[in-house]
Unconditional design. Sequence first.
Lengths: 248, 295
Amino acid sequence: MSDDVPALLVADVGHRFGTRAALDDVSMRVERGTFTALLGPNGAGKTTLFSVITRLYNNQSGRVAIFGHGLDREPSRALARLGVVFQARTLDTDLTVEQNLLYHASLHGIPRRTGKARIGELLERVGLADRRGDKVRTLSGGQSRRIEIARSLVHRPDLLLLDEPTVGLDLESRAGIVAIVRALVREEGLSVLWATHIFEEIRPEDDAVVLHLGRIVARGTAGSIAQGGEGLEDAFRRLVAARGRQAA
Amino acid sequence: MTSTSRVVDLETKVQPRHGQLGRLDTVGYLICLGGIVRRELLRFFNQKERFFSALVRPLVWLFIFAAGFRNTLGVSIEPPYQTYVLYEVYVVPGLAVMIQLFNGMQSSLSMVYDREVGSMKVLLTSPYPRWMLLLAKLIAGVSVSIVQAYAFLAVAYFWETDFPPLGYLTALPAFLAAGLMLGAIGLFLSSLVRQLENFASVMNFVIFPMFFASSALYPLWRIRESSETLYWICECNPFTHAVQLVRFALYQQLEPLSCAVVVGTTLAFFAMAVIAYDPGRGLMARRGGPAGEAS
């Protein structure tokens, strides 16, 4: 399989809930070893797109492939290479950090001994090695998020999906989480798709895709979208308003 | 092996940097199954009140209800009993399977909860086929219910309700089959219940009718004396057969009809649950999406 096969390929994907199109002909790529931002206001379709990519919803039309493995034909191989941090908190608060991570390791068929060693590495990376035996309910929101990132990496995925991972966190926790994920891209060549509507998390050189009302309204580097001296946030507002008028 | 999978294998070998750490074969699945069962047991033992309430409910029935009705509800000789038995002896198998009934529904409640808080998503993004994950979830719930049922039998042992010692062993596969059946029903129901709040109606419309319209508390010939229709409703109730399967197994006997009904019901409800949780055909996708993005 050649290197030009992207980490994630989404081609002409549509998804409807009843009569409402949550996704309409969406196509995008996440190149290997890059940080790609998926921008969109609330209700844009980001979570539905994530649900299709993670196979929680069937892709009713179009195609999704992870490192060339189509979700329709090779779902196991595709999901094995995918790590996900969902928008909602998904840790078991009654269990300890280690129990949560070992559970995830087992979901990927990782033996306990291998899992324990890997969990040690990951907790070091997210700076929470000393909380290994603590119950999740004793952690702060930012710490839980870092544990969720560690969990998503237990099986050594090549592509990481994060659905608004910093929502509801204070500035310091937010910066910490962005730094951890950017270090993973830089040092380990991880491919990342980061859904957000917080513009400070995106750098001009990042690939970005703007989704609104279920359609892609812009794509390119964040710098090229924020063209002509206007900031990314202003460009985003302009694009969203234009699409809103078209839809009306 | 197809050429595509050879390419994939080759690619995995030449790219060990991330590569996948787990394994997708049978051993991997058994690790997955073990992890899911372990989590369910950990959650169960962490919630001590759940353990005690699961135990208290049948014991109240045994110590109070059965003692009160001992003289009113005489039980005549019918298989598997070879002599007259005390009413307490008669109700113990039914109460043990009642634990499994509550547990099966509790497991389905926990799946509705898991779906609401998102941990169901974590389970379903595991690379194993969905039916395998649901089966693992089912087995995990049954493991908990068997622990509860035997804890109850251990207490009941001191209440003149002793069974042949070997019966405790021969009942194990029966408890496993009954638990799988009730768990499969719960699993299917969990795919239909959209919100946790709706679960109370499951209790009213599923648990109570199943329990009372069965042979758990009274032999069916007694029901037949009062109503032929009710008798046939009880005969068609799979819970009756789960109770009878366990009742006979506790006396080291196999009841073939009950066994067939329990196995058949398990397969039917499990198949429906797999369809309901399938992302392509299932009810999940049609039941609406994330807030703000669905209709």
